[in-house]
Design a protein around this ligand. Sequence first.
Ligand code: NAD
Length: 493
Amino acid sequence: MSTATLFIDGAWRSASDGGAHDIHSPHDQSVVATVSQASQDDVLDAISAARVSFDSGVFTSWSFKERSALVSKIADLLERDADLIARKESDDTGKRFIEAQYDIADVISTFRHFAALGAKEHGRSVDVGIAHVTSRIVHEPLGVASLIGPWNYPLLQIAWKVAPALVAGCSFIVKPSELTPQSAIALIKIIDEAGTPKGVANLILGPGSVVGASLISDPRVDLVSFTGGLATGQTIMKAAATNIKKLALELGGKNPHIIFADADIDTAIDNAVTAAFLHSGQVCSAGTRLIVERSIHDRVVKEIVRRAGDISLGGPDDELAETGPLISKAHLMNVSTYVERGIAEGATLLVGGHRSDKPEHANGWYYLPTVFDNCNTTMFCVQEESFGPVMTIEIFDTEAQAIAIGNDTIFGLSGGVWSGDNEKAARVANALRHGTIWINDFGPYRPAAEWGGYKQSGIGRELGEHGLGEYLEIKHIWTNNAPSRSGWFRDNK
Ligand code: NAD
């Protein structure tokens, strides 16, 4: 791949200082791409291009319907290139090609959802109770947005931001994770090919610690939409305070998964394994915190341990593999330390707890599915996100206790409840303070439904209707069709 992989003001270019870095496969550390690493000048150029294009009206003058048609065309082009993009995604993340194909299908659905939403009527009339006054609420593009994404679902998390930003008429700078940039490069090529005006879509590559500061603090940026870890979210919030930027934050989660004794236990166990170990736990909504009614604890634990121990790990094209490696050596080290700390604080390690020792995994970042029993809410491993394949198990005796444990977290992204009693399940779902709750299920989402976190899992919502609203300003226009004097102050003329 050429290293002219920055897209600024409608043109591909290399970094102004020649900076570039290699992308390594988490499966075997082979180099899968070499991409530009933006300099500070490149970042400032991208912000300038976005600001100038926004203020020029080149895109804001398009109607919602015209911008929706553009987003629909982008969805068509994504469909054309779906497998090529899935291959890049699987190269960068190490995830199985088939999982990357599912992800790109979700990306396409996201673009289709926002295209359909944009094509609807926007704004409304308000009855102000005065016959000669018309009052309108209009929706306008918010401005210039910095769109910063993580590495676990690289293109999907970016798509949740780019598609509504385009429908709304914002100009933006995309910054994918430095570990997984290839799919974002492919998306920006398609956005350009679809006929997006110059300067609207810009792409900056590089580590957040190097290229991120201006993206979040430059006064010409109106909105930062960020998906990533809590600590980075806190840094962004502080920096954004300087000019009261709008913020949309999708942060971490430590998601309770509650199984009552009256549930379909076998189905619940199967879903609990998927919820915790899908994509090796590198999922913000992973159900890694299992909370089980005492009477079924032993049965559930025995089965979970058997199933977790059977999960087969492998690389992008390993047809027998069920999940892949962790993203990087640094992440593998973090997960190892997290597990060591869990053991030290008294959790009982039942399976996993170390790197895979299979020779075919020797060059990759493979960590075994790990289960801790005898956990409680005071433990670090229960409260903190590992973002790896580590499940903790806690016991409850009553419905009230299950709810209290499920809410005993600083996070509030998602949760699950399994019960054969629909009323009880609904009561628990209502009482859990998390942005998505699944009853007798865990994990599915649709672009038509809002996604986001309570508490420290974030601010705002992506997807649904609200996900477009994040990129819009709302203006009230009052028109008096029969003007008259206000008469408030005496006129002593
Ligand atoms: P991260 O916070 O390390 O990085 C995310 C992005 O922020 C990357 O592009 C990174 O380069 C950039 N960044 C880092 N420091 C920055 C700075 N100072 N200024 C600007 N940008 C900066 O997160 P990650 O490790 O890539 O992703 C894992 C985290 O993301 C987990 O905590 C996970 O729960 C969360 N996540 C949340 C959701 C959600 O929908 N809530 C979805 C996916 C991932």
